[in-house]
Design a protein around this ligand. Structure first.
Ligand code: B12
Length: 137
């Protein structure tokens, strides 16, 4: 390879890499919304704004919100296989005998997805609306 070809190749490679590096800048957080929905009672929905670190897990953003906002609290139990299971939000707990639980949903653009992992594994994307929905199974 000639010097010029090598230089051209390296410049092209650098141009491809730089945007990736910039969007992964350490310490940068992105906003997400956290919407609390009760599909069993007529309680109005409440939406909070919190933030995630780059590729951070949902429970991290939930903990940060809990620390800064007295209107949001949650509890979970640790499952040995699947990690944290969300038990209660703002004092309202799921109940096996009544078949109620907090479902995890995510509104991304116009689509609603149901993650196939829990709050300890799910990685939100910037501008996601995470929905914690009290419902029945
Ligand atoms: C039944 C079931 C449920 C029921 C549990 C009701 C009950 N109390 O019986 C309900 C509907 C509540 C449920 C909810 C969810 N589930 Co579920 N569930 C199952 C299922 C089909 C069977 C579990 C079972 O009975 N095992 C047999 C018993 C004897 O073992 P066990 O250890 O005692 O089972 C307990 C755990 O599995 C726990 N559990 C159930 N789901 C989940 C999810 C998470 C993240 C955790 C930590 C624990 C947990 O509840 C069971 C009863 O106590 C499995 C799939 C499978 N075939 O195993 C998925 C499964 C465990 N669930 C899964 C998921 C993702 C969820 C949700 C996060 C879905 C959502 N987007 O909302 C939610 C949990 C939200 C929260 N509050 O944290 C995934 C977990 C994968 C992962 N690596 O995280 C599985 C593997 C299905 C899948 N998509 O592949 N689930």
């Amino acid at each position: 390879m000639s010097m010029i070809t090598t230089a051209t190749f390296l410049s092209a490679a650098l141009l491809l890499l730089v945007p990736g590096i910039l969007t992964q800048e350490p310490g940068v957080t992105s906003p997400i919304q956290l919407m609390i929905v009760n599909s069993i009672s007529n309680t109005p929905n409440v939406t909070h704004t919190t933030d995630i670190v780059f590729r951070g897990i949902l429970i991290g953003a939930m903990r940060r919100l809990q620390e800064t906002n007295t209107d949001f609290k949650f509890t979970y139990i640790e499952n040995p296989n699947y990690g944290p299971y969300l038990v209660s939000v703002n004092g309202l707990a799921g109940d096996d005998t009544e078949h109620t639980y907090w479902e995890l949903l995510v509104k991304r653009g116009k689509t609603i997805i149901r993650p196939d992992v829990g709050i300890g594994c799910f990685i939100p994307m910037p501008d996601d609306t995470v929905i914690l929905k009290f419902t029945k199974w």
